[in-house]
Design a protein around this ligand. Structure first.
Ligand SMILES: Nc1ccccc1C(=O)C[C@H](N)C(=O)O
Ligand SMILES: [Zn+2]
Ligand SMILES: [Zn+2]
Length: 215
């Protein structure tokens, strides 16, 4: 009788949305205020949040990088749920290129860990972007979703957005701002559902990885 796991380990790979959350320079700071207070006699506490669509862990919608792209509410869910491969790219200098990619066999989703320790409390503009050649190669291998612990798949000063354009050309999906500290390289189940934001150029996402039972 093989032992049955009572539960599979879950890794929460999402940032905490909170005031002080580092955001893209010049973008909307995360704001939170209480609009109904129990201390004022209200039967409940209710809050109000203001934030950029690209706050913390999020999925870009095609509308972000294509003027006529679909919004976050229209994105299909399949790319965001299923088996993925976490790749440790911490040793990569410059940008992740084809030579930095592992051999892939039948994997639809690839997540890149680039930070030794995720910068929760400071904006770091020196992240490791992904080259458009690497994205094209991943698309050729059948990859449908690319995730990163960086705030963008392109460099902060990009004007041509080559990585996003390669994603658009291959109808792939993007997760950015993941927290992959402590996640070993390997295969996991990804569950990362973007908020269904009508007109949204991105969807805030609670992303998790779940261990895959030993075959
Ligand atoms: N908030 C911004 C404001 C202006 C330009 C870029 C951003 C981004 O957040 C980058 C985005 N996460 C991206 O998909 O690359
Ligand atoms: Zn984004
Ligand atoms: Zn992006």
């Amino acid at each position: 009788m093989s032992s049955w796991r009572s539960s599979l380990r879950i890794f929460d790979i999402s940032q905490v949305l909170r005031p002080g959350l580092p955001v893209w320079p010049g973008d909307t700071e995360f704001g939170f205020e209480r609009t109904w207070r129990m201390e004022d006699g209200s039967p409940v506490n209710v809050g109000k949040m203001t934030m950029t669509t690209h706050s913390g862990t999020h999925a870009d919608a095609p509308l972000h990088y294509s003027a006529d792209g679909m919004d976050a509410a229209s994105m299909e869910l399949d790319p965001f749920i299923g088996q993925c491969l976490v790749v440790d790219a911490r040793g990569v200098s410059g940008e992740i290129d084809v030579a930095d990619l592992p051999h892939l066999d039948s994997v639809d989703r690839v997540l890149f860990r680039t930070w030794d320790s995720f910068p929760h409390d400071e904006w770091r503009s020196d992240w490791t972007p992904i080259s458009s050649e690497a994205i094209e190669w991943l698309a050729l291998q059948g990859v449908k979703l690319i995730g990163t612990d960086a705030p963008s798949v392109d460099p902060q000063d990009s004007k041509t957005m080559d990585a996003h354009k390669a994603v658009a050309k291959n109808a792939m999906r993007i997760l950015e701002g993941l927290v992959l500290d402590g996640v070993e390289e390997g295969r996991y189940e990804l569950i990362a559902l973007p908020l269904k934001v009508g007109g949204g150029d991105a969807g805030l996402t609670r992303a998790i990885l779940r261990e895959i039972p030993d075959a």
